[in-house]
Each structure stands twice: as C-alpha cells, then as structure tokens.
Design a binder for this molecule. Sequence first.
Ligand code: PEP
Ligand code: MG
Length: 321
Amino acid sequence: EKRKLWRLRSVAAITRDGTSIDLFANIELPQEVKQAKEYGATGIGLFRSEFLFLNRENLPDEEEQFEAYSTVIKGMNGAPVVIRTFDLGADKNLKGAYRIAPNPALGLRAIRMSLAEPGMFLTQLRAILRASSQGQVQILIPMLSHSREIDQTLQIIESAKQSLRDEKQPFDETIKIGCMVEIPATALSLELFMRKLSFLSIGTNDLIQYTLAIDRADETVAHLFDPLHPAILRLLSRIIQSAKKANTPVSICGEMAGDPKYTRLLLGMGLQQLSMYPTQLLAVKREVLDCHLPDVTHLTQKILRADEPEKIHDLLQKLNN
Ligand code: PEP
Ligand code: MG
C-alpha cells in the first residue's frame, strides 16, 4: 500500500478528465524543502515563516532571514514559493516578547502584530524581497481583515522596495502580494481584497475557528470543529466562486487541504491548487488521479444544498466511492 503510493511521487497530478491540479507543500522550516520534494511537491504553497523565530529571545536580523528564505527558494529550483509574513501572537509567540493577550486568537496577531511593529515588518519584507531575485516568490499576508490594513501593508511593502532600489539591491519588481482568507469578514467582503491584491489562500484552520467560534487549541470543544458544517462548506464555495469570477488565483492551505477525504469535495468546489504537509501529498494525489471533475462537481452541488450532517456525510461517502 505504502509502496504503491510512493510510486505516485513523480506522476503529474491530473484528474481523469485532464485538469491539472497543483499540489504544493506547507513547510515551517527551510530544511523541510527536502521532504517536500521527496513527496513530489511542485511548489511551496505556504512557508510559515514565524516558525523560524519561535523560542528565541530576539528577532533574527535581515541577513539571517535572507539566508533562510534563499535556502527555500534555491531548494525549489524555480518552482513557486509562497512566503507568509510572520503569524506571531496567539498560539505562536516570541519568547517573552509580549504578555499573553486576554484573548490571543482575537488579539494582536499576524498582520496586526506586524503593523504594530513596522521595524520588524520592514526587516522581514526587505529579506523576502531580496530573496525574490533568486526564484519565483509570492508574499502572503496572514489574518488580513480590514481595508486599512491592506493599504498600510502595501505601503510598507512599497517602502521596503524603495529602500532596496535606493541601495541598488536586486529584487522581483513584479512580486505578487496575496492574503490569507481566514477571517469570516474577509471571506464576506472578498471583492475589496481582490481589487488590491493578486491572489488568495484559504486558511481553513482559522476560518473554521472564527466561523464556528471553536477555539482550535481547546480540546474540550475539538469535537465541534467541523469542516463539514454547512456554514463552512457554503462559505468555502462562495470564496472560490467569487475568486473565479474575478479571475483571482485562489488556493487552500489549511489542514482540510491535506485530508484525502475532502479532496474530491474541494476539487468539486472548483479549487485547483492545494497546499498541505508533505506527508499528505501522495494520498491526496491518488484522489486527484481518480477524480472525474464533471461527476464530482454535480455531487458537490448536492452537498452544498444539504444542511443535515447525516445527509452531508452520506453524500460525501458517495462522492468518495
Ligand atoms: C490556517 O489558518 O488554516 C492556516 C493555514 O494558517 P495557520 O494554521 O498557520 O494559522
Ligand atoms: Mg491561520
């Protein structure tokens, strides 16, 4: 069984009806690129850069970050690499940098923290931009939810670019900036984000947490964390449809993307780019290879109309058979 899966490593991820699907890897540290390639990832869909810097007293300087990003980019040999700016705060914290917030999941986290620490943010952006001259890099902003945050973020990126131009340092002038869709407010006002940004990546871990009001780190409510809740399925479908209509690339990088029991459902909703832990890639690829999109799309519409959990589960089983 395992050996059979292993043979799929170098097989292209194409559905039975001929649609090519991008299967990318989520990584937390540069040395994981090796594993991502071993499992056949054709890009890095999510580099969680904050993991470089956890459990340290001080932030790494621009040079150290540049080295880390360069390692990933060079390791991928020109394949796409999506670097997410720090998602610090909440569950991932710098040692002693901030006191624990009253409600970390709703507090100074991710882009909110980066905008509150513009010096730190500028250093990271300069490092990413410098590394962008070595491959195909995109910048992904976590937890973006407000129009003003988009503008402030784009302004800081522009000043990072300008400082590099002044120093005659090379970087990719056309680098694409996108955001995570992981807060319901973002999902429900997506046009605003698509007007100002170039791509979207759906973070189901947080999107489910915030939509269902289930703390993703609290075991006592883990049984209520449900990717198949009709509200979640409909929200996902809505995001994907809006993005298609606006011609904005959309991918998914939450845990849901790496669970093979959801692969056909996600393809049926119209996704063509999935990013996951490298060890999940082959099981998901097997689903892609078995999938006939027109059939799957039809059943997915039925699932989206259902709202009884039993009905949704029955239909999903049918979809996966
Ligand atoms: C997510 O929220 O789904 C996601 C991919 O980001 P993280 O798990 O790092 O919050
Ligand atoms: Mg998230």
